[in-house]
Structure formats: structure tokens, C-alpha cells
Design a binder for this molecule. Structure first.
Ligand code: AMP
Length: 127
């Protein structure tokens, strides 16, 4: 695997407890916390505890236990927040940026969960 994980990235520091966070959920392999610059009334970041850079890295290198834990955590967070469209909630968007084209800022895999307002169509034109 060609990915070099930077252990000094900000989410690694959050996982080590060096930087505070507003935790939404913690499981064996996953941490979820509030985004520091929310783009919607609900903006949660979900990260694996393991050292994965982005979605494809996680999907190909993580253990089955990590992947199941992470995926179920997203479902449980959406249920806890009452935003599941199938349960009468308003719905949400998940986003996982990877690399330069997607303007990924933090090189530790994370899924954004956004909700609480109309989110518009999927993509805007780049500036
Ligand atoms: P991305 O562009 O997908 O890499 O998104 C990185 C996200 O991390 C942005 O939405 C930031 O607001 C968020 N972020 C950066 N530092 C922190 C932090 N210390 N606590 C919570 N969220 C953060």
C-alpha cells in the first residue's frame, strides 16, 4: 500500500487526546465528533481509530472488524440524531474527501455527516 500516514495530523492528535473534541460517539474502532467549522446545523466527523489516509486506503487495508464497526457507527449516529429518512427524519449527506481533487484537508480518513438544513444538489462548481 503506497500510503504514508502522517501521525502528526490533527485527527491523530485528537485520537491521542492531545487536542480536545466534542465527542458524539466512541466505539472500539471508531470516534465521531463535531466538526469545528460546521457547514450545517448537524456536522459530525466519523473517523476510524486506525491509521488510514482516505476511503480507498481504509476500504482495502482495514480489518473486517474495523469496517463493520465504522459503518455501523455511521448508522447509529444517524439514528441517534433522528435524521434517518426511512424513519421520518429529514435525511443527511455523507461526504468523504480524498486527495487533492477533493480538497482533503486532514490526511486521516473521515466521513462528514451533514444535516439540519436543505443541502442542495451534490456538487458545486469549483471556484
Ligand atoms: P476535509 O476537507 O474533508 O479534510 O475536512 C476536514 C474537516 O476537519 C473540516 O471540515 C474541518 O472543519 C475539520 N476540522 C479540522 N480541525 C478540526 C478539529 N480540531 N476538530 C474538529 N474538526 C476539525
Amino acid at each position: 500500500m503506497a500510503y504514508a500516514y502522517d501521525p502528526q495530523n490533527i485527527f491523530a492528535r485528537i485520537l491521542r487526546g492531545e487536542i480536545p473534541n466534542r465527542t458524539v460517539m466512541e466505539t472500539a474502532h471508531t470516534l465521531a465528533f463535531a466538526d469545528i467549522h460546521p457547514q450545517a446545523p448537524i456536522h459530525v466527523l466519523v473517523i476510524p481509530k486506525g491509521p488510514y489516509v482516505c476511503a480507498d486506503h481504509f476500504a482495502l487495508a482495514a480489518t473486517d472488524a474495523e469496517i463493520v464497526d465504522f459503518t455501523r457507527a455511521i448508522g447509529r449516529i444517524c439514528a441517534d440524531l433522528g435524521i434517518q429518512p426511512g424513519e421520518g427524519g429529514q435525511g443527511f449527506r455523507t461526504i468523504a474527501n480524498a486527495g487533492d481533487a477533493a480538497a482533503q484537508e486532514v490526511p486521516h480518513y473521515h466521513v462528514h455527516i451533514l444535516s439540519g438544513r436543505p443541502l442542495g444538489r451534490m456538487l458545486q462548481q469549483p471556484d
